[in-house]
Design a protein around this ligand. Structure first.
Ligand SMILES: Nc1nc2c(ncn2[C@@H]2O[C@H](COP(=O)(O)OP(=O)(O)O)[C@@H](O)[C@H]2O)c(=O)[nH]1
Ligand SMILES: [Mg+2]
Ligand SMILES: [Zn+2]
Length: 301
């Protein structure tokens, strides 16, 4: 029988089979799709199961449409796959309390580009803005549509906004991403009141960079929608990316690459670089370019 993995802790799994969630384990050896990943089965995977009369056993994983990963450790080549078969990611951003920096947004967008996952940005907590936060919000609202991303001003405490987001989700499998405290659990509770996800109080602990080990989990909606929460996971990252691929993950650069003089241009100091020219002419936002450079620096190490 076939099923979809809704929870993975590394030692046991929850799998949706015929509309019902069952507990399952991995059968001894499994053909792994990704040798360097530390976890063979992830949320969103379609798996083939057996039941030996006692328990459900996962015996095969179907090929993934896509997946999103995090590095297990900054230096190693090992990585952990967070979730698979994602139709779209919602990047949840909060201008204030907690503040989501643009560097975080651009890093996530580039990562999602690398894994072919379309992203919608939800600019949450519109009811909370200070003057400074409002400036940040307006800046983001202007910037991202110009680069090709959908972005919406919302509050997850506002019923109309929540039903608008439900329409955006439709019957897709949507991954929720965003730094701790932006409202991921609040949104899931608003859409699926029965799932009672723990919502944390905003506190100063958000700023302390505490590292919680939690697992992605899939929640099932009524119209066949699937929502994947990623608590405590902020460091999604690109793996096996070469420096000259990074500009492909910035849509406003990607569309200009053919015009650079050198096909392997990294757009840092090369002559006749059309990206540098576009930054000078303010056709490409300096903030995006600076974040490009910091990702480039990382993958070059
Ligand atoms: N004022 C306001 N607070 C919100 C909004 N969305 C979420 N919160 C609050 O933000 C805090 C953190 O939310 P939570 O869902 O736990 O964030 P998570 O860490 O991303 O899951 C909670 O106290 C929520 O009530 C919003 O739109 N406006
Ligand atoms: Mg949460
Ligand atoms: Zn160039």
């Amino acid at each position: 029988m076939r099923g979809i993995v809704t929870k993975s802790t590394g030692s046991w799994y929850k799998v949706l089979v015929d509309g019902k969630e069952v507990d399952a384990r991995l059968r001894g050896k499994i053909r792994t799709l990704n040798l360097k990943s530390t976890n063979p089965v992830v949320v969103g995977d379609t798996v083939i199961l057996d039941n030996d009369g006692e328990e459900y056993l996962i015996k095969e994983i179907e090929e993934r449409q896509n997946c999103i990963v995090r590095k297990s450790n900054k230096l190693s080549k090992q990585f952990q796959i967070i979730a698979a078969n994602i139709d779209r990611a919602f990047l949840i951003v909060s201008p204030a309390k907690p503040h989501t920096p643009q560097g975080f947004i651009d890093r996530f967008l580039a990562t999602a580009e690398a894994y072919h996952i379309p992203v919608t940005i939800l600019l949450n907590k519109k009811d909370l803005d200070s003057k400074k936060a409002l400036l940040h919000r307006n800046h983001l609202m202007e910037l991202y549509p110009s680069v090709g991303y959908d972005i919406f001003n919302v509050s997850f405490l506002d019923a109309e906004d929540v039903s608008f987001i439900e329409q955006l989700i439709g019957n897709q499998c949507v991954l929720l991403a965003g730094n701790s405290g932006v409202g991921k659990s609040t949104l899931i509770n608003a859409i699926l009141p029965d799932c009672n996800q723990k919502v944390s109080e905003i506190s100063s602990s958000y700023h302390k960079g505490r590292h919680t080990t939690t697992f992605a989990q899939m929640f099932l909606g009524e119209q066949g929608s699937k929502i994947i929460d990623t608590p405590g996971i902020k460091d999604f990252g690109m793996v096996q990316t070469k420096p000259n691929q990074v500009s492909h993950y910035f849509p406003e650069m990607r569309s200009r690459l053919a015009e650079c003089k050198y096909s392997n241009c990294l757009h840092t100091e090369e002559p006749d670089c059309q990206i540098l020219k576009a930054v000078e002419n303010q056709e490409i936002a300096v903030t995006r370019y600076v974040n490009y450079l910091s990702i480039l620096e990382e993958v070059t190490v």
